[in-house]
Design a protein around this ligand. Structure first.
Ligand code: ASP
Ligand code: MG
Length: 458
């Protein structure tokens, strides 16, 4: 059985017209397993409602939940109107019933959050997963109106995780076991439709896999069933040489390696969840990024070995960063200094984007969030601390190792008056990172992109 795992993101799930397109794409496959995101805007709205509730603004939070309910009901209504089927009344009823149940659950969680006066990570996950719980069920129902045998499968039954809310770690062994049931579903002629992004902890609470987590769900399932392909259907024609929302002349890449794609996702490109490629890579499953509005476009194929003869493969950038410099007190021995600094990062499970060290000091670039202030208190135990906020990281991925010097030179000559705080280059990983001021980041990215990709832009 050659299974294709297809994932459709928020913009693919925007309205009844795109739902139809999604279902039409699914019909082209013999053994598809489908993973969907929440409809466009829903996850963001859910989080907003949760935050309002935690600040005591329950009425405003309820308004959001009502609008989510109405929007979904309208999508289904429009869909069924355009696709008449004798079962439509039944379909509409079961959609409305399901959505009403989820919205009532949502309102209970919001009320609880208001009472607690704070939004715990656990509650945030339970609330933000509701978008996928609704969208996956409704899409499966709408498939019936096209005479498809679509079947909603609850993601909690498949995606088992630990309980690190907000960025839960999948339990691969359990997921592999649970996903066996998908083959049975397919064999009996049905197409499974699963909500992405969330799963379930051992204590049965809902967890989420992090921003853009639906990609990750798709690849976890793809890895578990040994899929032929994992296909991420989105609103752009693949992975681009630079974020096309900011760099209009960026071009989609035909092919890239798992490694480069992972680095790119990690360093700010929004097309893929950074962990997406891991399960695919383990079983050598090609991952495609395809444009659902232009399905004839080839998209990007991500495979194990992919080489290129460009100076650089792609560029990405990440905003909202900070640099933290810790300088050792004289009493701290050189060799234990770094261990102490990194122990603090480990304790808070923080990933570092770039590091520079001297014997007695270390500068790290990492995402600027609430935890930063807490961190600096702990770093004071090790040395003096200075933090600079308002930074960004520009990353060049897949740098040619043959012309690294020339590359670095052309990057620097495009910086103009922009200041660099930190530079790191790794030949082995073919990555060049620059830490810059956030307000200059996009301009620099554009100039560097124009310069490095001038040949392919012609
Ligand atoms: N709906 C979730 C988000 O916006 C997950 C996803 O779309 O991948 O992050
Ligand atoms: Mg996405």
């Amino acid at each position: 059985m050659q299974i294709n795992v297809l994932k459709f993101g928020g913009t693919s799930m925007a309205d009844h017209k795109t739902w139809k397109q999604v279902l039409e794409i699914i019909q082209k496959y013999e053994w598809p397993v489908v993973v969907v995101s929440a409809t466009a805007r829903t996850t963001r709205q859910l989080v907003e409602a949760a935050q309002l509730a935690s600040k005591g603004k329950l009425e405003e939070a309820f308004e959001i939940s009502t609008s989510i309910q109405q929007r979904h009901s309208k999508i289904v209504e429009d869909f069924l109107q355009e696709n008449p089927h004798p079962k439509n009344k039944l379909i509409k009823d079961s959609c409305d019933k399901h959505t009403a149940a989820k919205i009532s659950k949502l309102n209970k969680l919001l009320t609880y959050t208001r009472r607690q006066k704070t939004l715990s990570p656990q509650m945030k996950d339970a609330i933000s997963a509701i978008g996928e719980q609704i969208s996956s069920y409704l899409l499966a129902q709408c498939g019936l109106a096209l005479d498809m045998l679509t079947q909603h499968i609850e993601a909690r039954k498949l995606i088992k995780t630990d309980n690190e809310y907000g960025r839960a770690n999948p339990n691969r062994l359990l997921i592999n076991q649970r996903c066996g049931s998908l083959e049975t579903v397919l064999e009996s002629g049905f197409t499974p439709i699963i909500g992405g992004f969330y799963g379930e902890a051992p204590d049965k609470t809902v967890t989420t896999l992090g921003f853009e987590g639906s990609d990750y769900t798709a690849s976890l399932i793809g890895g578990a069933v040994g899929a032929e392909t994992i296909e991420i259907w989105t609103d752009v024609s693949g992975v681009y040489t630079g974020d096309p929302r900011f760099i209009t002349e960026a071009k989609p890449l035909k092919e890239m390696s798992y490694f480069d794609a992972t680095e790119m996702a990690y360093f700010g490109a929004k097309v893929l969840h950074p962990s997406t490629l891991k399960p695919a890579q383990e079983r050598n499953i090609p991952v495609f990024v395809k444009n659902m509005f232009k399905p004839e476009d080839p998209g990007t194929k991500i495979v194990r070995d992919s080489d290129h003869d460009l100076e650089v493969l792609a560029l990405s950038f990440k905003k909202n960063m900070a640099t933290v410099t810790v300088s050792a007190y004289e009493t701290v021995m050189g060799y234990s200094f770094l261990t102490k600094v990194f122990a603090v990062l480990e304790k808070h499970r923080l990933a570092v984007d770039a590091v520079n060290t001297t014997e007695a000091s270390v500068t790290i670039a990492l995402s600027d969030d609430e935890i930063l202030d807490k961190l600096s208190k702990e770093f004071i135990e090790v040395g003096t601390v200075s933090i600079e906020k308002g930074k960004g990281v520009l990353t060049l991925i897949g740098c040619s190792i043959y012309s690294a010097d020339a590359l670095i030179e052309s990057v620097f000559s495009s910086l103009g008056t922009a200041e660099t705080d930190m530079i790191s280059f790794t030949k082995e990983k073919r990555i060049l990172n620059l830490v810059l001021n956030e307000n200059e980041l996009v301009d620099v990215a554009r100039t560097v992109h124009a310069k490095l990709f001038k040949n392919i832009l012609l």
